[in-house]
Design a protein around this ligand. Structure first.
Ligand SMILES: CC(C)(COP(=O)(O)OP(=O)(O)OC[C@H]1O[C@@H](n2cnc3c(N)ncnc32)[C@H](O)[C@@H]1OP(=O)(O)O)[C@@H](O)C(=O)NCCC(=O)NCCS
Length: 292
């Protein structure tokens, strides 16, 4: 994607350009004091810098990289925004806002329908809201440990997606998803099409009579990771328990569920032996619609 012309910023020259392999050391240095040294960007640097399908960008001030961001197309019309970082030496100077606005302008130029992102940082959330992003989800994390003995859940086929969606489309709390899944690597539109996609890759599970479903996502750790839950009552409780059996059968530690705050499925999770993994943390999904 395009490199912007140098822009006068405070006293220096500012330029946004693609990250290059030669930026590796500087990027590692910049991320060293982020999240107590646990930032994932140094780990994914090589993949991101070599991925021609996305835009991994650096912002340079007088020739020094002082910030990063990445935009990745992940579904038709949808762009995932991630990796926003500003060097601690240059915070609160408007650099993140400048990068974000430039990213949005590029997304508009390229006719994306919507930009989405996930963040756990309330300061960043404030910035995203200031530039027009709408909070779609305010999630909490639940965890259910593996348990021996029972049967794994049914894996429906893609041809069942329409019927399953019709059965769960108005289940309690469905609106709390804000129309998207809690997949923090690319929140998808919730609907029959997504259920069909998930079924096609073996990532959909259904409860008795198709009256409850969960959509899985790629896990970060040794777990079964749930990004969407719908249904209610006994059907949902059976399904949630079946996931704990599946985790055991697959040698995984636990089942991790991201669920919107105050979602009624919290009661079923508790009844099926799941606990809050975070009560105080924040975890949000945001979206910015670019076309009417
Ligand atoms: C979040 C981060 C990118 C902000 O970068 P920045 O260049 O300092 O942000 P800006 O100066 O452009 O700030 C824009 C607005 O964001 C909000 N903001 C930024 N930092 C803030 C903070 N520490 N506290 C409260 N609000 C903050 C403010 O509304 C600010 O506007 P203002 O300065 O006019 O009040 C930076 O702090 C950072 O890299 N943090 C660690 C990594 C991270 O959490 N990234 C976001 C993950 S999605």
């Amino acid at each position: 994607m395009a490199t912007t012309e140098p822009l006068k910023f405070r006293s220096g020259d500012l330029v946004i350009r693609p990250v290059r392999p030669a930026d590796r050391e500087r990027v590692i240095e910049l991320c060293r004091d982020i999240w107590d040294g646990h930032d994932y960007v140094p780990r994914v640097f090589d993949d991101w810098v070599s991925d021609s399908g996305s835009a991994f960008q650096a912002i340079e001030l007088d020739g020094t990289v002082v910030g990063l961001q990445r935009m990745r197309p992940y579904a038709t019309g949808l762009l995932w925004y991630e990796g926003l970082r500003v060097a601690s030496s240059h915070r609160r100077e408007g650099l993140a806002r400048h990068m974000l606005q430039s990213a949005i302008a590029e997304a508009r130029e390229q006719n994306f329908r919507e930009v989405r992102l996930a963040t756990g940082n309330p300061a960043a959330a404030k910035l995203f809201e200031e530039v027009g992003f709408v909070r779609l989800q305010d999630d909490r994390w639940w965890k259910g440990m593996r348990v021996e003995g029972g049967e794994s859940a049914r894996i429906p086929g893609p041809s069942e997606a329409d019927k399953i969606w019709a059965a769960i489309a108005s289940s309690p709390g469905i609106e709390l998803w804000g129309g998207v899944t809690a997949d923090f690597r690319g929140a998808q539109d919730v609907g029959a099409k997504e259920l069909s996609r998930l079924a096609g890759i073996g990532m959909l599970r259904s409860g008795p009579g198709g009256r409850a479903i969960v959509g899985l996502r790629e896990p970060w750790g040794n777990n079964l990771a749930v990004a969407f839950v719908a249904g209610k009552g006994g059907a949902l409780r059976d399904l949630l328990l079946a996931l704990r059996f599946e985790a055991d059968a697959d040698g995984l530690d636990d089942v991790t569920v991201a669920l919107p705050r105050n979602h009624p499925a919290g009661d079923e999770l508790r009844a099926s032996g799941y606990d809050f993994a975070n009560d105080d943390d924040t975890s949000y999904v945001y979206g910015l619609k670019l076309s009417p």
